[in-house]
Design a protein around this ligand. Sequence first.
Ligand SMILES: [Fe+2]
Length: 462
Amino acid sequence: MENQHSSDTLAYLSGFGNHLSSEAIAGALPESQNSPLICPFGLYAEQISGTSFTAPRKLNQRSWLYRIKPSVTHEPFKPRVPCHGKLVSEFNNSNSRATPTQLRWRPVEFPQLQTDFIDGLFTVCGAGSSYLRHGYAIHMYAANKSMENSAFCNADGDFLVVPQEGKLWITTECGRLQVSPGEVVVLPQGFRFVVSLPDGPSRGYVAEIFGTHFQLPDLGPIGSNGLAGPRDFLVPTAWFEERTCSDFTIVQKFGGELFTAKQNFSPFNVVAWHGNYVPYKYDLARFCPYNTVLIDHGDPSINTVLTAPTDKPGVALLDFVIFPPRWLVAEHTFRPPYYHRNCMSEFMGLIYGGYEAKADGFLPGGASLHSCMTPHGPDTKTFEATVALGNEVGPRKITNTMAFMFESSLIPRVCQWALESRYLDDDYYQCWIGLRSHFTHEYGDEMNLQNEQNASGTNTEL
Ligand SMILES: [Fe+2]
């Protein structure tokens, strides 16, 4: 597939959640109806539904694909041999563990063996169940080889892919996307796609959500602009190949297991499509961050790019939040993130640069997990250095940084292999253990006086 992506100037359509149309051949879209008896150029009409047929109109997502042969034209699915073994879509004590401990992983090395995106993908943690349509999985990937003569299809949920190193060229049924580190791509449930690696070794992060789709967050008092702008979300344009293959394999992830089916043609045979259920990408450099302009550190929700909601207002199944370059200007304020405990669980990654709350140890390609009510915050070095700067630090710009967070109201269980990984930083807790008391009140003297009064019965208060 690589040479089919030789241009850096792929055309995209623009706009989040739009109802879009695209034709690789003019006239390939039927006019005024979706499923005529005979479609233009003898194409088959096929709908892909991303929500139930009866979902409210504002949430309803579906697209119509006009293709040379329908996607049903394949041999029966069979369990893939070998099975994958490190993908989880239903988290329980047979495949994952509960732990409140702060966890941090060093960046994984690239594989030595030939490994494509599918085999390089492994689940780190998650909650809930793809079968029950509620939950999420957080994966990472490290690969060094393009997928060949096969396409991946995730029946379990939507993938939000965050490349950290190495460009991805992704061919989907709606067209082709080029996704570089610093960009993210959403591959919705059910679409078939191929991941090619033009730069060779690649790695990154994937959030998978079950039973819902990403939305742009409400902006509340911010107003009608800011954060991620709808027009900066880019959707591919129709592209097709009429390619007969003796042995093309569809690899379908279904309930966390992989199944394969053979067919004798490329699935990227969609000549035209229309609808609002589509893959899309977004360049994080386009994000318009908002921040405090006088005092205190704002909650990280101010930097939400995309949110996958639950039925509870304001409670996310999964928020995708970034910490991009920005000015820090707050007066007499501890500017890094505050120490805190959170009923939400926080998985963090770093795409490039450093992160403002960790002087060292949190590296590009690495990850951390602070689960529900597990305390966390700036490491000792960051705290001491920040306080040492004093109140007259003045405006300062954080540059060369792009950290992100997947934040969820569901408490993740952590996969056994992630807990036993050689990349797990066993000394993570050490980054806070040196935080010393700065308490200056002469508390000891007062307590001694009070104890003496209690002993002599002179203190009549309760
Ligand atoms: Fe946090």
